[in-house]
Design a protein around this ligand. Structure first.
Ligand SMILES: *Cc1c(COP(=O)(O)O)cnc(C)c1O
Length: 360
């Protein structure tokens, strides 16, 4: 069976060593030594001054919205994982969808301004599949209209924009360290901000608002992560360069084996140093997409329709006009891409696709 992704697992002995340490210290969670070490190592690797390790990417989004005290409408992309939209709704705000650019699959900045009303408080954009948004254009609009910017950078571990970690951009950036992501700690997420006040607020929020055992600083939630998760994160982080290099070589191999396949691929944003987190292909139409998916499934290969359906079709949001997202979400497929995927498996996937798309 070939799934769309398979979590990277570090050598068991290495993980067990960390676990032995946890048993000795008897300190399982609540900002323990491994959580601290993991945060330090992440900052070092990413070249960041500040970040907080939290329980998952969804809590990270909710902390960001809460800490920025956002109200009313938040402009967002319909082409993302459901958590981008659900976090907005969960925090009592209204998502306003702006269509995507058909080449980059990220929110189309030329369509943002017409969506701004006097209720708009922020833009929440996803760097989809690890490819940077048009950050400069979004920043210009946000500054002009005094809006906050949150980037959902859940796919972006290792991506750089203008030679800096992409997590540096926006008022707050978040990422996910879920097992399905390029870099993971089983479950986990990060919030990143350059603003000390915001960082402090989110640090309190992540721990129920605790300011010492008997005092509270504002409303909080349980957004902490455990020593066991940090241990896995530390082990995977050791190998992150290998993981990204492998993805890159597998992606070039697909580029070669699928050179003649009648599909198109998203365009990488200028100034973006991409992390090869996903390998999406866009078919000419939905029928070909579904037929190819079925052919692959018959052969025990399970690509995923990331992202289908378009989030503007969720039944808890207002209907909106996002034609490009609606169209692309129906005919896009992410191909299997993970550390242990072999060339032979990529060959097989490519052969099946060519047969099903080109020679039907
Ligand atoms: C995975 C993902 C999330 C949610 O992260 P979790 O860690 O699973 O909560 C949010 N946004 C996007 C775009 C994602 O892909």
């Amino acid at each position: 069976m070939i799934p769309v992704t398979k979590p990277y697992l570090p050598p068991l002995e290495k993980y067990q060593q960390y676990i032995s340490g946890i048993y000795q210290r008897h300190w399982l969670t609540n900002n323990g030594p491994l959580v601290n070490e993991f945060e330090l190592r992440l900052k070092e690797y990413l070249g960041l001054d500040h970040l907080l390790y939290v329980s998952n990417g969804t809590i990270a989004l909710q902390l960001a919205i809460k800490a920025l005290d956002l109200k009313g409408e938040i402009i967002t992309t319909p082409f993302s994982y459901v958590a981008t939209t659900s976090s907005i709704v969960w925090e009592g705000c209204t998502p306003v969808f702006v269509d995507i650019d058909e080449h980059t699959l990220n929110i189309d900045p030329t369509k943002i301004e017409t969506a701004i009303t006097d209720k708009t408080s922020a833009i929440l954009a996803t760097h989809c599949f690890g490819n940077a948004c048009d950050i400069d254009a979004i920043d210009t609009i946000a500054n002009k209209h005094n809006l906050k910017v949150i980037y959902d950078a859940a796919h972006c571990f290792g991506t750089k924009y203008k030679d800096k970690s992409i997590f540096e951009y926006g008022d707050v950036s978040i990422t996910s360290l879920h097992a399905t992501k390029l870099m993971h700690s089983v479950e986990g997420g990060l919030v990143i901000t350059k603003k000390p006040e915001l960082l402090k607020r989110m640090a309190y929020m992540r721990n129920f608002g605790h300011d010492g055992p008997e005092k509270f600083n504002g409303v909080g939630i349980n957004g902490k992560n455990s020593e066991f998760h940090a241990a896995m994160g530390l082990c995977v982080l050791d190998d992150i360069s290998l993981i990204i290099a492998k993805r890159k070589s597998q992606a070039s191999y697909y580029d070669k084996t699928l050179e003649n396949l009648i599909v198109r691929k998203p365009k990488i944003q200028e100034n973006c140093n991409f992390n090869f987190a996903y390998y999406p292909i866009i078919f000419n139409d939905e029928e070909t997409c579904i037929r190819s998916k079925k052919e692959l499934e018959i052969n025990e290969i399970f690509p995923r329709r990331y992202f289908y359906p378009s989030l503007s079709s969720l039944d808890y949001v207002e209907k909106s006009n996002t034609k490009v997202s609606d169209k692309i979400s129906r005919k896009i497929l992410c191909l299997p891409l993970y550390y242990t995927l072999s060339r032979e498996e990529q060959d097989m996937i490519s052969r099946i696709l060519l047969r099903s798309v080109n020679y039907k």
